[in-house]
Design a protein around this ligand. Structure first.
Ligand SMILES: O=C(O)CCC(=O)C(=O)O
Length: 247
């Protein structure tokens, strides 16, 4: 089965070792020293506690963009979504020991309300730490990208949760997959794939860089409520991470 067939059938695909240990170490060192400070992060509140994130609507002018616009993630995502894509937003989820998780949702549950007419969108979940059940790895309901958009209810100022009656029914029909993975592995997933995660109950962190892409033809109709309208993506070559020099 091709990667595209697998993605279309299941709504996600996990690619192992897309980034090397040296590349991930470089990003972790930079991100921790530049962004990982209290006060510079946003708090999310779900029924599973609070988590913290740093978010960019445009790729930032620093090392982070050598990942978020790297051809190693852009080209496969373009293949999965079937047309030119652009950076919709990206974020680092810090998920330190004791931080909370995320309730069941579709990313399109948020993006529908941001003026995106079609669900032709997807995310790349780049593992910056080992992701295990213990530290709250992502959990997905395989194949649920085909159910269409489900209604979501707000559960706090920051978070929403998909209709629980439907989740209960879908959990009986669709296999639950825990995305356990190593640093450098990347999960590509469709914006209607139902996903959630538990609290980090370990004594180690579970950081991830999540890069979200939209298709050019699906640029939001109202830029005031969206993360980003279409602007052409400058795709960086594979070797741009290790070549990046700090000034
Ligand atoms: O990082 C996690 O545990 C889940 C994050 C997530 O579901 C999201 O950002 O949409």
């Amino acid at each position: 089965m091709t990667d595209l067939d697998y993605f279309n059938k299941n709504g996600f695909i996990l690619k192992k070792k897309l980034f090397s240990k040296d590349e991930i170490d470089k990003l972790n060192n930079f991100a921790d020293s530049s962004y990982g400070k209290e006060g510079e992060v946003k708090k999310t509140i779900s029924t599973k506690g609070s988590a913290y994130l740093t978010l960019w609507n445009s790729p930032p002018d620093n090392l982070v963009s050598t990942f978020s616009t790297n051809e190693r993630i852009v080209r496969p995502m373009e293949n999965f979504l079937g047309e030119e894509i652009y950076h919709y937003h990206s974020k680092i989820i810090w998920k330190n020991s004791g931080d909370g998780g995320f309730d069941w949702h579709q990313d399109y549950g948020y993006w529908y309300n941001q003026g995106c007419l079609y669900s032709d969108m997807g995310s790349c979940f780049i593992m910056l730490d080992r992701a295990s059940k213990e530290n709250g790895c992502l959990k997905v309901l395989k194949g649920t990208h085909k159910v269409g958009r489900i209604n979501h209810d707000p559960i706090s100022e920051t978070d929403v949760q998909a209709d629980l009656e439907r989740i209960a029914l879908l959990e009986k029909r669709h296999e639950t997959i825990y995305i356990t993975a190593e640093p450098g592995d990347v999960l590509f997933f469709h914006c209607n794939l139902l996903h959630s995660s538990a609290r980090n109950d370990s004594n180690y962190s579970r950081r991830t860089l999540i890069v979200c892409f939209n298709t050019k033809s699906n640029s939001p109709y109202n830029e005031k409520i969206a993360h980003a309208t279409y602007s052409p993506l400058t795709v960086l070559p594979s070797d741009s991470i290790m070549k990046y020099n700090f000034v």
